[in-house]
Design a protein around this ligand. Structure first.
Ligand SMILES: Cc1cc2nc3c(=O)[nH]c(=O)nc-3n(C[C@H](O)[C@H](O)[C@H](O)COP(=O)(O)OP(=O)(O)OC[C@H]3O[C@@H](n4cnc5c(N)ncnc54)[C@H](O)[C@@H]3O)c2cc1C
Length: 405
């Protein structure tokens, strides 16, 4: 049976980052990665639309942690050890330059995820890390102080074991058998299915809005994109991540309140509308979109307020003005199901965070078991934060494994 000092199960982002850092800190250690599939780093390859959104240009640990609906509290400490600036430096040291886009997302300057994959593969070669593909792990057992890891093909032994298998259900069962508490998987990062005449035929329109889930404290602000199926965009995706568990509990049947003009509330906008009624008395209401709203959306909201298409401002009744104020600032929409966002799905759930020592990413149940990446009950909103979790966990675990405090 082949024996390694360090065995990493899972050839994804977290697995590679851990392996490379272990071998960098201590080149004496014999390190191997076991990957179930034929290829490694398959999610990295398709990530960010093939460009790999490596991290996010947020350099304050507290602010960075706010992007993790699950993991916010636990990642704060680790981010003080390894976060965005360190990620940028780590890749730069290996010849990979990152660039920042207007929204803060960071990508390789080459605009292709292959750059990240090439970097990882050349590092594993340089450091003598064994990458063993086609090795689905089906069982893990403790053998005195070391581990026996059984793949469907053969057995491996190791002194230190790292689990970086993402949200693979088989490994969740194995971890359960080892005594770890697993938090059930639910999807995160999805768009809302909404059929409503107010957004019908408006697919492609994007505007800054505030969205609240009724009967819950959840709300978010950001660009809202109207799609053929309903609503998407950063504002909606954020809500889907923060509400992942509650929304799953209600089977994705809920309602939201949309404020299309977040700098106003129904009272302050009523004053503006009354002013418009006086200043633009002879003008048709639908003629000019107000409050910098997209024109086609403005027309839909005016119609939804019961104001006829050819009505002029002077003839709009008090009741209609109140309705328009509500449509603009508190439009209620029923959500009926969810859709996947550009194939980018993330799973909430995984190893209960109470069972992890976040100074080392070591299991509190076993001295020589480490866990990093999406296998933990950590997930983030879209924007490069999910990979940053993999880099941070991998780096800190590697330090502990290599015996660097
Ligand atoms: C389409 C898509 C696009 C994305 N884009 C981005 C992005 O641009 N930026 C971002 O931050 N996040 C993105 N994400 C999320 C990000 O990919 C994940 O958070 C990240 O890959 C998690 O890394 P990981 O190493 O923990 O798990 P994974 O990347 O899932 O790697 C786990 C590996 O373990 C292997 N494995 C599983 N079970 C076993 C087993 N029993 N034995 C052996 N091997 C096993 C798997 O085959 C896999 O290779 C995206 C996700 C998707 C689906």
């Amino acid at each position: 049976m082949a024996h390694y000092d360090v065995l990493i199960v899972g050839g994804g982002a977290a697995g590679f980052f851990t392996a490379i850092n272990v071998a960098t800190f201590n080149p004496e250690l014999k390190v191997a990665i076991l990957e179930r599939g034929k290829n490694v780093l398959s999610k990295v390859k398709i990530s960010g639309g093939g460009r790999c959104n490596v991290t996010h240009a947020e350099f304050i640990p507290k602010d960075l942690s706010l992007n993790y609906p699950r993991g916010e509290k636990e990642l704060l400490g680790p981010f003080h050890s390894f976060m965005t600036g360190d990620t940028i430096g780590w890749f730069a040291d290996r010849g990979v330059e990152l660039k920042t886009e207007d929204d803060g997302r960071m990508f390789p300057v080459t605009n292709t995820s292959e750059t990240i994959i090439d970097c990882f593969l050349s590092e594993t070669r340089r450091l003598g890390i064994k990458v063993l593909t086609g090795q689905p792990v089906k069982n893990i057992q403790k053998n005195n102080e070391s581990w026996v890891v059984e793949s469907t093909k053969t057995n491996f032994g190791c002194d230190q074991l790292v689990i970086a298998t993402g949200s693979n259900p088989k490994m969740w069962d194995i971890l359960k058998d080892l005594g770890h508490k697993m938090v059930d998987a639910v999807p995160s990062l999805f768009t809302f299915n909404i059929k409503d005449p107010r957004i019908k035929d408006l697919a492609g329109i994007s505007t800054f809005a505030e969205v609240k889930i009724t009967n819950s404290g959840l709300e978010s602000e950001g660009p809202l994109l109207i799609t053929h199926w309903g609503m998407s965009g950063p504002g909606i995706l954020k809500l889907s991540a923060w509400g992942a568990r509650d929304l799953n509990d209600c089977n994705y049947q809920f309602s939201i309140l949309v404020n299309w003009v977040p700098s106003f509330n129904p009272e302050s906008i009523s004053e503006e509308l009354t002013r418009l009624k006086e200043s633009s008395a002879k003008q048709k209401v639908i003629k000019y979109a107000q409050f910098e709203l997209p024109k086609r959306l403005w027309i839909k909201l005016v119609k939804a307020s019961g104001i006829p298409e050819d009505e002029v401002w002077a003839n709009v009744s008090k009741k209609q003005l109140d309705q328009l104020a509500l449509q603009l600032c508190k439009g209620e929409f029923s959500v009926n199901g969810k859709s996947t966002f550009k194939d980018e799905f993330v799973t909430a759930g995984g190893v209960d965070l109470k069972e992890i020592d976040f100074k080392t990413f070591r299991s509190k149940k076993y001295e020589n078991l480490y866990l990093a990446g999406e296998v933990l009950n950590i997930d983030a909103i879209t924007g490069g934060f999910n990979f940053q979790n993999a880099w941070t966990g991998g780096f800190i675990a590697a330090k502990a494994i290599a015996g660097i405090s």
